[in-house]
Design a protein around this ligand. Structure first.
Ligand code: SAM
Length: 303
């Protein structure tokens, strides 16, 4: 079995290039079928593979029937390893960088390596593929035109709330990672700082028990408080701020039309009722009327 090392034989570049190349290779986030053929070819052609945890990467390589020298590159050795990887690239090696799962550099090591390689004029390419935050966003049913990826928030509630306060006013969907044991506490902080916005909890994406639960932050908080923490890996997506100013000013229709552009009638009514303080039933009734009017005359909405 191939062992992680940094001193394996420096083979000639298989790509035939004089200079080396760093390839950022996305790997599956659960379902092995999601590795692209191009990514597999790149791994096969690489001289070596830089990875976070060799035990995880070896499993993927065994599945592909590939044996390659593995170079360890993770948060705790990156400063030491980076110059060695750069030196290998300068000697003409083709190095594939993978993370444990998904797209490398996205909440995973690698950006300083790319920065350094680019600064030295070395070739860098990417083999795109799975990434949990993007998959969660597109499944959330929330606006995708503007979004901010926050990675993991702080583990402690006070620090987490202040991180959320910094972004609360942004008109963008928010994407964040959370662990199952902290999900309820995180939803509580999201609800407290951002208000009762529409949101989604996506877990076990591409795996057998893939699930996307959509609802307002309060509904999700209530659900997981009662059901207990779910199993598996989780991404939370939260919709942009509701048009509270309009709702406060009594312009219910404007608030509802904006909300209806991003949500179903029930969710839009609940969100606007929460933001405006108006009775849910009244807001729901009006949301239904607006939706029906939109369906009769589609140009009315701004989808
Ligand atoms: N670079 C990775 C990517 O592009 O997906 C993300 C790495 S980050 C260290 C790992 C986090 O991504 C997990 O803690 C979880 O929040 C999320 N994640 C990874 N795989 C997932 C999956 N199959 N379903 C849901 N969330 C996932």
């Amino acid at each position: 079995m191939t062992k992680p090392n940094d001193s394996g034989p420096s083979s000639k570049p298989t790509s035939g290039r004089e200079a080396g190349e760093l390839g950022l290779v996305a790997t599956p986030i659960g379902n092995l079928g999601d590795l692209t053929p191009r990514a597999a070819d790149y791994l096969k052609a690489a001289d070596s593979i830089a990875c976070e945890d060799s035990r995880i990467t070896i499993r993927l390589l065994q599945h592909l029937g590939i044996k390659k020298p593995l170079l360890s590159y993770h948060d705790h050795n990156a400063d030491e390893m980076r110059p060695r990887l750069i030196e290998r690239l300068r000697r003409g090696e083709k190095i594939a960088l993978v993370s444990d799962a998904g797209t490398p550099l996205i909440s995973d090591p690698g950006f300083k390596l790319v920065r350094e390689a680019a600064a030295q004029g070395l070739a860098v390419t990417a083999l795109p593929g799975p990434s949990a935050p993007i998959m969660a966003l597109i499944l959330s049913g929330l606006p995708t035109d503007r979004f901010l990826f926050l990675g993991f928030l702080a583990a402690k509630s006070a620090a987490r709330r202040s991180e959320l306060e910094e972004v609360a006013a942004l008109r963008a969907s928010l994407i964040l990672f959370e662990t199952a044991p902290r999900l309820v506490a995180a939803l509580g902080d999201l609800r407290a700082v951002l208000g009762d916005r529409p949101a989604a909890v996506a877990r076990e994406l591409t795996k057998m028990f893939e699930e996307v639960r959509r609802g307002s932050l309060q509904e999700l908080l209530d659900h997981y408080t009662e059901a207990g923490p779910p199993k598996g890996e989780i991404v939370i997506v939260v919709g942009p701020p509701l048009p509270a100013a309009e709702a406060d000013a009594g312009d219910l229709d404007a608030a509802l039309l904006k909300a209806l552009a991003a949500m179903r009638v029930k969710e839009a009514a609940e969100a606007v009722a929460a933001a405006s303080g108006l009775p849910k039933r009244q807001v729901y009734q009006r949301a239904l009327e607006l939706k029906q009017a939109q369906e009769r005359d589609p140009e009315r909405g701004d989808d």
